[in-house]
Design a protein around this ligand. Structure first.
Ligand SMILES: NC(=O)c1ccc[n+]([C@@H]2O[C@H](COP(=O)([O-])OP(=O)(O)OC[C@H]3O[C@@H](n4cnc5c(N)ncnc54)[C@H](O)[C@@H]3O)[C@@H](O)[C@H]2O)c1
Ligand SMILES: O[C@H]1[C@H](O)[C@@H](O)[C@H](O)[C@@H](O)[C@H]1O
Length: 356
């Protein structure tokens, strides 16, 4: 299809317009080509109405399912809390509407698997999951470096995930389902293999951590080929937002996040520097922009999903790993196995294979 035959601007419904949803509305309304926000919805209806008033041609509706199925909507972006995602994705799938779902796809792996199966029944891909690190230049460079064998055999991955603070309702499970889920997807994306077990160590909590929150926390993953991943979650640093990922290989190492915006290596001749963002929005602004533009472009071409995005299967795999990790919160460091269902044949799984 050439540019002259493409449909007009994609009309997007954004469901959940809190921190991330409002950021996506602004992105779609001001920086994304060939897209506009036609409908917004939020549990807080006043918030949705106020936002709609700032976006030309946008209206607010009170029911998320009305937004998802509205006639003046071509595609749906979900930024509601994770526990609502699966039912909202399924509503879009029921009417064959493309949907970009912020992470996590679901909290319960059974719900995520239902999405995978429903999409497979539909017969063509419609579900993208917002693991935006896949669109970050440093992550793309590191993945390409690994694929080219520049570091030799990857042996270990060390991740650091630091937030200045977290909302008051955050608990240990949310540290896993809302935060560590990013590292789960990064590791699968970078190494191209599954995580097979998870364990958790809980040091003495920081004095910044709200009562009951085990922050910081160290999560250990083992992959199918025997690689070990360390994931330091420290979400109440009061400093800023830091995402670091170091892959240690047999011939060198490479690190994301030392110098924002570029991959910093520790190979001979490499160098490093640093700066810290306040939160995820400035750190991953370019990645979110690329993610949404590629999604809009793909959906306008009639493809349903952008092939570089995380799929429903990726969302399912992440949910299974998170469930095992959440169980490992109570095993005093003992590993909990991760058991994935058999991947059903279908669009999500085919696409997953293509990416490997
Ligand atoms: N990819 C990223 O880097 C990133 C960053 C932040 C948040 N997120 C994800 O985005 C989602 C939203 O996170 P947030 O930080 O914006 O949270 P938030 O609490 O700021 O916003 C969530 C909004 O959803 C509304 N809401 C609650 N229930 C709803 C429902 N059933 N239907 C529609 N709206 C509902 C709330 O009123 C609120 O305005 C979460 O899934 C989170 O994990 C992703
Ligand atoms: O929902 C947010 C978001 O996904 C951020 O990227 C992450 O750093 C936070 O820990 C999490 O709470």
């Amino acid at each position: 299809m050439d540019a002259t035959t493409l449909p007009p601007d994609l009309r997007v419904a954004v469901v959940g317009v809190g921190v991330m949803g409002a950021d996506h509305v602004e992105r779609l309304a001001t920086r994304t080509k060939f897209a506009r926000v036609s409908v917004v919805n939020d549990f807080d209806t006043a918030k949705a109405s106020r936002l709609a008033g700032t976006v030309p041609g946008c209206r607010a509706v009170e029911d998320p399912f009305e937004a998802i199925t509205a006639d003046d909507v071509d595609a749906v972006l979900l930024a509601s809390p994770g526990r609502f995602h699966a039912e909202q994705v399924l509503a879009a799938l029921e009417i064959g509407r493309p949907v970009l779902c912020e992470k996590p796809l679901a909290l319960d792996p059974a719900d995520a698997l239902q999405v995978v199966r429903r999409e497979a029944e539909h017969g063509s891909p419609l579900v993208s999951v917002g693991f935006m690190r896949r669109f970050d230049r440093e992550h793309e460079e590191l993945r390409a470096s690994l694929a080219a064998g520049e570091l030799g055999t990857p042996l270990m991955v060390h991740c650091k995930h630091r937030n200045a603070s977290v909302p008051g309702h955050f608990d240990d499970r949310m540290m896993v389902y809302d935060s560590a889920v990013h590292e789960v997807d990064s590791v699968r994306y970078l190494l191209g293999e599954e995580i097979v077990s998870a364990s958790v160590l809980k040091p003495t909590p920081s004095e910044n951590a709200p009562a009951g929150l085990h922050d910081p926390m160290l999560v250990l993953f083992r992959t199918a080929s025997g690689r070990v991943v360390t994931d330091e979650l420290h979400l109440t640093t009061s400093a800023g937002y830091e995402v670091r990922t170091e892959v240690v290989g047999s011939r060198g190492s490479a690190t994301i996040g030392l110098e924002v915006g570029r991959l910093t290596t520790q190979l001979p001749g490499g160098r490093w520097g640093g700066s810290v963002h306040a939160d995820f929005r400035p750190r991953f602004r370019d990645a979110y922009d690329v993610q949404l533009q590629r999604w809009v472009d793909a959906v306008r071409r009639g493809e349903g999903v952008d092939p570089t995005s995380a799929t429903a299967w990726d969302g399912y795999a992440a949910a299974v790993v998170c469930e095992a990790t959440a169980r490992a919160l109570d095993t005093d460091g003992a590993p909990v196995p991760v058991e994935l269902a058999t991947r059903p044949p279908g669009p999500s799984s085919d696409h997953h294979e293509e990416q490997r």
